[in-house]
Design a protein around this ligand. Structure first.
Ligand code: F0G
Length: 362
């Protein structure tokens, strides 16, 4: 007998897919459609240069940009859209700075649902917009911020039979907490520090839930200190006050009134952690170092986690003996405009080996 060309069960295999691997810890029922694009199972990549430079015992990057649509959003979206389909929804709606909309659009297609995404006009990275366009989502660009967009979709989801798939939807948080499970499973313990960019604050909330759940189940003996980082121009959780007109190069976290405000504070205080601001210059510096020293091309918002760790070290924090994990939330290719601002080692030459040799100075 010849082996079938297609696996009999798309979720069999290495247990990579979060809805299968962590099924018992997720709101999955027999009626939940286990549709997957291959989310989760992202590697923890050990630092090559920064670990030693910052004096850490261990520094790892959780490569969330390796999720199907290039960001961590897929972990929450695979659960939220499945639950929406299970409940009979025909469409999903979300506000987004780009990644949520890309992910919602992809999973909506996968489930045969329509997607409507509401984004701040002119403030979403090109790659992310391209994803929503390609997946056929209806895009509404509003003259306002992400916070305005979230207000709009919350209202519309109450007026119409559409499922809201922003992280105010608890299924999003449930899916995203699986990244904490993966870190603990792979390290066989919790790290001492968890460094994470904070925008709408769903992800820091989700990680804290994940580590806390594992702690209660005695799968880990301790929980990490949660170090959240916001961009200085969009740092309401640092100042304690909403920011009416948030501004930062890291458009993904250009948010002035995070929906999961309380969750972020709980993660910070419950873990003995902190939420600190990093400047756009610090973000840009870390973004470049990640690409040029670590071989990791992330988007600017993701580099905020690394920028924050570098900031704390520069401020005199002793990191010796500690193990830190930085969450690298999204892919660099999503925001090519920012990448191209880096001075390239770019030469020009005629199509001839001797000429190329000459310009190389060989
Ligand atoms: N990093 C990236 C790449 C993001 O896209 C986001 C949020 C964050 C970090 C912050 O995560 O909001 O859970 O605190 N992006 C949302 C979006 C807002 O619409 O794509 P958070």
């Amino acid at each position: 007998m010849t082996a079938p060309l297609v696996a009999a069960h798309p979720l069999s295999g290495d247990g990579r897919f979060i809805m299968e691997r962590y099924r018992d810890l997720l709101p999955v029922t027999d009626a939940t459609p286990l549709v997957t694009l291959g989310e989760g199972g992202t590697p923890l990549i050990r630092s090559r240069v920064l670990e030693g430079e910052l004096g850490l015992e261990g520094l790892y990057f959780k490569a969330e940009f390796q999720n199907p649509t290039g960001s961590f959003k897929d972990r929450g979206m695979v659960v939220a859209v499945a639950k929406a389909a299970e409940a009979g929804a025909e469409a999903v709606i979300c506000a987004s700075t780009g990644n949520t909309s890309a992910s919602a659009a992809a999973y909506a297609v996968r489930h045969g649902l329509d997607a409507v995404v509401v984004v701040p006009a002119g403030n979403i990275a090109m790659g992310k917009l391209a994803q929503a366009v390609a997946h056929g989502a209806t895009i509404v660009a509003i003259d306002g911020s992400f916070d305005d967009a979230l207000r709009v979709v919350r209202d519309l989801s109450e007026r119409h039979p559409v499922a809201l798939v922003n992280s105010v939807n608890p299924h999003r948080i449930a899916g995203q907490k699986t990244a904490a499970f993966e870190i603990a499973d792979e390290l066989d313990r919790a790290p001492d520090l968890l460094c994470i960019p904070v925008g709408n604050a769903g992800n820091i909330t989700a990680y804290w839930h994940g580590f806390s759940e594992y702690y209660q189940m005695e799968r880990i003996a301790s929980r990490p200190r949660m170090w959240g980082f916001q961009a200085a121009g969009a740092a309401p959780l640092v100042s304690g006050e909403r920011v009416a007109e948030p501004e930062t190069i890291a458009t993904a976290i250009r948010i002035g009134n995070p929906a999961s405000w309380d969750g972020a504070i709980e993660a910070r205080d419950g873990s003995g952690g902190s939420i600190t601001a990093v400047t756009d210059d610090e973000i840009t510096h870390a973004y470049r170092r990640m690409a040029s020293d670590e071989g990791i091309f992330c988007e600017p918002a993701s580099a905020a986690s690394v920028a924050g760790l570098m900031h704390r070290h520069a401020a005199g924090e002793d990191l010796s003996g500690l193990t830190a994990v930085c969450i690298i939330t999204g892919a660099g290719l999503k925001d090519p405009d920012i990448a191209l601002q880096i001075e390239a080692k770019r030469l020009e030459a005629p199509a001839d080996p001797d000429a190329v040799e000459r310009v190389l100075g060989w």
